[in-house]
Design a protein around this ligand. Sequence first.
Ligand SMILES: NC(=O)C1=CN([C@@H]2O[C@H](COP(=O)(O)OP(=O)(O)OC[C@H]3O[C@@H](n4cnc5c(N)ncnc54)[C@H](OP(=O)(O)O)[C@@H]3O)[C@@H](O)[C@H]2O)C=CC1
Ligand SMILES: N[C@@H](CC=O)C(=O)O
Length: 366
Amino acid sequence: MTLAAPLNEIGTAPSRAPRQPRLALLGTGTVGRAFVARHQRLSQRGLALPAFELLANSRGVFDCAGDPEQVLQLANDAQRNGVAHEIDAARLRRGDILVDATASDAVAARHAEWLSRGIRVVTANKLGNGADLLRAQAVARAQREGHAHYGDSATVGAGLPLLRSIRELVAGGDRIHAVEGVLSGSLAWLFDRYDGMRPFSGFVREAREAGYTEPDPRIDLSGEDVRRKLLILARAAGIALEAHEVQVDSLVPATLADAGDDELDARLPLLDAPLREHYQQAWRDGAKLRFVGRFEAGEAGCRASVGLRALPADHPLCGGSGTDNRVAIRSDRYCEQPLVVQGPGAGAEVTAAALLDDVLRAYAGG
Ligand SMILES: NC(=O)C1=CN([C@@H]2O[C@H](COP(=O)(O)OP(=O)(O)OC[C@H]3O[C@@H](n4cnc5c(N)ncnc54)[C@H](OP(=O)(O)O)[C@@H]3O)[C@@H](O)[C@H]2O)C=CC1
Ligand SMILES: N[C@@H](CC=O)C(=O)O
């Protein structure tokens, strides 16, 4: 492991040649690994991409002078000392591209600071725009002030053209009336697979192994992940929605919610009986279970909710399979018939592709 030497700070060592943007990847887990692999594949195919300067995880910062795959391995083999490493902001300079592939609140809390310094931020971490409203507003302000690109397409639908569509509709003068759909890839996969016979907890373990869930699957099962995505979408639509304004019905019983990380796996079967009950009731009614998020903006404000619903089998939200997200957007022009976006909404590969797309956009921006 090489711990990096400090690099130029903003304003030091002026150089005549234009400086090439450098890439810093925070997070070397499921998504971070897929990001490095895709970066290497695309580079080998001749696509112009910024080179890695550093990789970091909660254990440290790793210089990336050589092969990023090897540095990734070093980073993931490094010892844990129980204290999350703090990223040294002085290592980054104006124009660099920082990719946040962590689920860390402490990292997301720094997005605005980095942007205000002209560092371009590309994120899969939803806690930048999908947590506190004040933080999201600081991110928007810092983007303007720092003239820096904020690439967040991986945060909703793992890069499906959802955020982009909403932003383009708003830019074209439309008001967004409502957004409704299946916004969790892991829960889509779970309810596509669950047959009411095998234990639900077994499917949760499979979804976690496949890389569809959050590092802590309770973030998905509690509806928190969908709440974050709804907040991101609503704010992109110009609606100042607060987290507490979204009514969230969790699937996680209190005894599972309270479990420490070391007890989590043993307590997952606490999900099984209530989910079997939901399934059997829906089956008796000829319905299918779908985990749905929605917001509706009207004269009286915005109403938003997240939770499990039993829907008729021919309901549009029952379409799709696997990790498919399926989301209907209603706006001035798509009033009677909504605009519907469907496709895989979770998984390391699609998420890494969305991150690289945003890196390419930031890179093309000069
Ligand atoms: N999986 C998916 O389908 C999708 C995921 N996302 C988002 O991608 C993000 C990453 O998910 P995933 O890869 O599954 O998570 P993992 O748990 O696999 O990886 C998280 C990484 O973040 C690192 N990390 C944690 N804290 C810090 C810190 N303070 N500084 C630097 N690195 C840190 C961890 O370090 P260490 O290894 O040392 O613990 C780890 O390498 C999440 O925000 C998730 O919501 C978004 C869309 C889809
Ligand atoms: N855990 C998330 C991953 C993508 O954001 C999900 O299940 O959708």
